[in-house]
Design a protein around this ligand. Structure first.
Ligand code: HPA
Length: 279
């Protein structure tokens, strides 16, 4: 059997032994946004370290566990902490948790992250609805023998971020009176922040925000036929746009500052997604 698939099934068996819960929505919490997990009605938690073979995150501010529970009436699995390519994992390991959540039953993948704003109309603390994505210098997690059980060899990428989910998030933000920017997210490998020249390159490529996650997860989820949506928290203006050097501390500070609004927006969006999907 394909070793990537074998490892995934092993992790799935390990989860099933410990947890009996079928989520509808899989929510991935980005840097500094992990506190959202306190908002949900928790049924169970599972540390990544308890799952045999599971890649464990090493980034400060990333907790490293699945939280199972409910947002309103909607069953969710929350990734409190994700793994990143720059930590040294293979790209297949980076997307293993995403694939695992699909196997658990999640139909919707809700991605969040902190990012650097490239678009001159953006300010730190803004939320950006992700409309599309660009992968830059990050290998595709679909490289290698195709796992037919998960999806097709050549998958269509014309609407990675589901149109209906985007509209639900737009309406949710409007209802809460939370301004919502929109744009294209580009993933670079990191872990160094970009140079000013790289940011100019990203802007020329058509990106509005830059980060070190999300795109590869969306590729894997799209391959498996999940419905995907994403919100990026613009934690800083990208390198070269201000005189300030970038730091992880700034990313966390902004995420902390906007956490209350982020919580409201995510909760409203998930409840509305549940109302639309469950029916
Ligand atoms: N660049 C890359 N990743 C990031 C940034 C950034 O400016 N801010 C938060 N994550």
């Amino acid at each position: 059997m394909n070793p990537v698939y074998e490892k995934l099934l092993k992790c799935y068996d390990s989860v099933k032994e410990k947890v009996d819960f079928k989520p509808l929505v899989a929510l991935v919490l980005g840097s500094g946004l992990g506190g959202y997990a306190d908002e949900i009605r928790v049924v169970e938690t599972l540390d990544y370290s308890e799952i045999e073979g599971f890649p464990v995150s090493t980034v400060p501010g990333h907790k490293g566990r699945f939280v199972f529970g409910y947002v309103g009436e909607v069953p969710v699995v929350v990734m409190q902490g994700r793994v990143h390519y720059y930590e040294g994992y293979s790209i297949q390991d980076v997307v293993l948790p995403t694939r695992l959540m699909k196997l658990m039953g999640a139909e919707v993948l809700f991605l969040t992250n902190a990012s650097g704003g490239i678009n001159y109309d953006f300010a730190p603390g803004d939320f950006m609805l992700i409309t599309d994505q660009i992968s830059s210098f990050v290998p595709s997690p679909l490289i290698g023998q195709n796992i037919e059980e998960l999806g097709p060899r050549f998958c269509d990428m014309s609407e990675v971020y589901d149109k209906d989910l985007r509209e639900i998030i737009r309406l949710s933000a409007k209802k809460l009176d939370i301004p919502l920017k929109e744009g294209v997210y580009v993933q670079l490998t990191g872990p160094a922040f970009e140079t000013p020249a790289e940011i100019r390159m990203c802007r020329t490529l058509g990106a509005d925000a830059v980060g070190m996650s999300t795109v590869c997860e969306a590729v894997a989820a799209n391959h498996m036929g999940m419905k995907i949506c994403g919100i990026s928290c613009i934690s800083n203006l990208a390198c070269g746009m201000t005189d300030n050097p970038l730091s992880h501390a700034e990313v966390q500070e902004t995420a902390d500052r906007v956490a209350p609004l982020f919580k409201k927006l995510i909760t409203e969006s998930i409840e509305n997604i549940g109302a639309g999907v469950i029916r």
